[in-house]
Design a protein around this ligand. Structure first.
Ligand code: CUA
Length: 157
């Protein structure tokens, strides 16, 4: 009789755990206050890039005294704009998207490196202190011209 009760207890306990796990998975992000990455906010259909005001004209935009925003479109097998020109000692936020396949936006010799996914906007902010000339390359294999996919970034005096 005693064993039976314990067995029952374990069964109930197991069920509670199982239901608990399912609830955690289903509602965990709400109940526990975990915020999931909101990939809806910045999403755009790759075919709509030309109509998206952020990307219809890839460009460098000055938004503050030393602050710039650069809207970059990656595609087989170029980056636009090319070259990217920004003044030294500026803070630059890159918004990068792809119009076709997965690429990367990698500024050689810096830690500026992000995957670029069609339909998504990769955002990163970088400070460029010293003037110089940097290569921008793609390090995600994207097709026959992958190894030639490059652009230039000039940090001007
Ligand atoms: Cu683009 Cu590799």
């Amino acid at each position: 009789m005693k064993i039976h009760q314990y067995e029952r207890l374990w069964l109930v306990g197991a069920m509670v755990l199982i239901v608990g796990f399912i609830l955690t998975i289903t509602y965990g992000s709400v109940g526990l206050g975990i915020s999931m990455v909101d990939d809806e906010a910045d999403a755009l259909a790759p075919g709509d890039i030309g109509e998206d005001e952020r990307f219809e004209e890839p460009r460098v935009e000055q938004v503050g005294e030393n602050q710039y925003e650069v809207y970059v479109v990656a595609m087989t097998f170029i980056f636009q704009p090319d070259p990217i020109e920004i003044p030294a000692e500026s803070e630059v936020t890159f918004y990068v998207t792809s119009q076709d396949v997965i690429h990367s936006f990698t500024v050689v010799g810096t830690n500026t490196n992000t995957m670029v996914i069609p339909g998504e906007v990769s955002t990163l902010t970088v400070e460029f202190d010293d003037p110089g000339e940097y290569g921008v390359i793609c390090n995600e294999y994207c097709g026959s011209g992958h190894h030639d996919m490059e652009a230039q970034l000039f940090v001007l005096e």
